[in-house]
Design a protein around this ligand. Structure first.
Ligand code: NDP
Length: 508
């Protein structure tokens, strides 16, 4: 972990178990000077790491993955205790994070392979696009998936040849500290992956620390602040923000499967996922049957306890947001079929199914980030698509339908869509992950997620001389005439298809 080389912080931050309120552990609150020092150390590590072969980097990333896998239970236990999610969900999170390390390490060389591109009119050139590490990446992560989500940036940034300084959420810092300890023992360069801890101010310091890119995951409001801070040095940013993901259920959908996916998609991690199903549009003809099935499945779930499907909400602040959304929906005429505001106890929220949901309600327009399933009846698929697209967010989306499913999916304004499944795109490491609008920009995962942490370099190499050199002031007197001819032939009514043919004509 980052150790202070400048004035060390004396203040500490506590991480609490949201289920019990007990302190799970404490971490330092790193000062801006300590963040700067961590970035400076990372820069030294990056210089060395970037010069290693892909093979050498892969070897170390595989060792890192194995070291994490060896401690999977301990990692899951930390996530369970400081985030509140059930152990099983924590273990799934560890597994998915490991999958990304494996994928990023295996794909980096291919994703970053230089490629020849057409040299167009400059036929005497060889044109190449190549990808190179940026240097130091600042990763700022959220609390809801405190390992999986930041690993979607960390693994890809490392595989692309960068060093990383990671600032976890103040609600879940211990898992990050544990990962950094394992990294320091595994990587030959102990400063390759460092963690700085603290509250928002530490994250703000990282955004301003002169890193080569900031990969931020969190709320849209904080994302805007991070972007403004990064703008001071024109530091590029990748923003993975919130969502208000719609699900559409057509009248020819398999209703039982659709309900199962809806219940899981809306309630996994107690609904605290950026790609949670946050609103559901159901065709009129099947609405009532779908609702019955959803309610039946929700009633079979258990909240709290060692064998619970839903754990404690990670923060009381999030509980307050969910309560506000439920009260607003009821005040505006929605019907609560299970759960509801009255069933909230401490940090535990019973899964809540709402019908008669309308876009005038917060539960259909703002990110709820809780175990709530608001359902709206629609008269047609066109109406469903129109309503689904009626959002400032555009992250994930889900379609359950028969043969028209693909056509519906194509009309959704979102970064990702799962057809006849839910969240499928998040489990496939080769698919880029990210959104549009208030859901942010840039992509993690996939080849795009590797190249996100590279600079693209274009090289134009002249491989043979030709009599007419456009990049020179020494031009023949009749150059204007020749140019007029070229314009006509290349871009006007002419028939010259290839630049090579044109050069031959001009020379003759
Ligand atoms: P926040 O925006 O509150 O915080 C995100 C991170 O930013 C935390 O580490 C936080 O630190 C830090 N931070 C806070 N203030 C600043 C600042 N001024 N400058 C820099 N960093 C700062 O988000 P949450 O942690 O509440 O996460 C939930 C949000 O994340 C939801 O909106 C969810 O949809 C989104 N999310 C998006 C994902 C995606 O891939 N699109 C995936 C997962 C979540 P601290 O906690 O210490 O204040």
């Amino acid at each position: 972990m980052a150790t202070a080389t400048t004035t060390a912080s004396t203040e500490r931050l506590s991480s609490y178990n949201p289920a019990t309120g007990e302190v799970v552990g404490t971490v330092p609150i790193h000062t801006p000077a300590e963040v700067d020092a961590a970035v400076a150390r990372a820069r030294v590590a990056a210089q060395s790491w970037s010069t290693r072969s892909f093979e050498a980097r892969t070897e170390e990333l595989v060792a890192f993955r194995k070291a994490l896998a060896a401690q999977a239970d301990e990692l899951a236990s930390i996530i369970h205790r400081e985030n509140g999610k059930p152990e099983l969900e924590a273990l799934v999170e560890v597994m998915m994070a490991l999958g990304h390390i494996q994928h990023a390490a295996a794909r980096a060389e291919t994703a970053m392979a230089p490629r020849k591109v057409s040299s167009g009119m400059l036929a005497n050139f060889r044109a190449t696009v190549s990808y190179h590490p940026l240097g130091v990446i600042g990763v700022i992560g959220p609390w809801n998936y405190p390992l999986f989500t930041p690993m979607g940036s960390i693994a890809y940034a490392l595989a692309a040849g960068n060093a990383v300084v990671f600032k976890p959420s103040e609600l879940t810092p211990l898992i990050a500290v544990k990962v950094a300890e394992i990294a320091a023992k595994t990587f030959a360069l102990s400063d390759l992956l460092q963690v700085v801890t603290g509250a928002g101010a530490t994250g703000a310091a990282l955004a301003k620390a002169g890193v080569d890119k900031v990969a931020f995951t969190g709320s849209a409001a904080t994302g805007k602040r991070v972007m403004m801070a990064a703008a001071e040095r024109l530091t590029p940013v990748l923003l993975e923000l919130g969502g208000k993901d719609p699900m559409i259920v057509a009248d020819d959908a398999d209703l039982e499967k659709a309900a199962e996916a809806c219940v899981y998609g809306a309630l996994t991690n107690a609904g605290q996922a950026c790609i949670s199903v946050e609103r559901v549009y159901v065709a009129d003809a099947v609405h009532d049957r779908f609702v019955d099935e959803v309610v039946k499945q929700v009633r079979a779930l258990k909240t709290g306890g060692d064998d619970g499907h839903l754990g404690a909400m990670t923060s009381a602040a999030q509980v307050a947001i969910v309560r506000d959304h439920l009260d607003d929906a009821v005040a505006k005429g929605a019907t609560i079929l299970t759960g509801g505001s009255d069933a909230i106890s401490g940090n535990y929220i019973q899964p809540t199914v709402i019908t008669g949901a309308e876009h005038s309600m917060k539960v259909m327009s703002d990110e709820t980030f809780g175990p709530v399933i608001p359902i709206k009846r629609v008269g047609s698929l066109d109406e469903a698509v129109k309503l689904a697209n009626d959002s400032t967010y555009g992250l994930g989306s889900t379609v359950f339908a028969g043969k028209g499913a693909r056509a519906i999916a194509d009309k959704l304004r979102a970064g990702m869509t799962s057809i006849n499944s839910v969240m499928g795109f998040a489990g496939i490491p080769s698919l880029p992950f990210g959104g549009i609008g208030e859901s942010g920009f840039g992509r993690i995962h996939g080849d795009e997620g590797i190249r996100e942490f590279t600079r693209t370099k274009s090289t134009a190499e002249q491989v043979m001389s030709i009599p007419l050199n456009m990049m020179s002031f020494r031009q023949p007197k009749d150059m204007p005439k020749r140019l007029r001819g070229m314009i006509k032939q290349l871009y006007g009514e002419g028939v010259v298809a290839k630049a090579g043919d044109l050069w031959r004509r001009i020379r003759s």
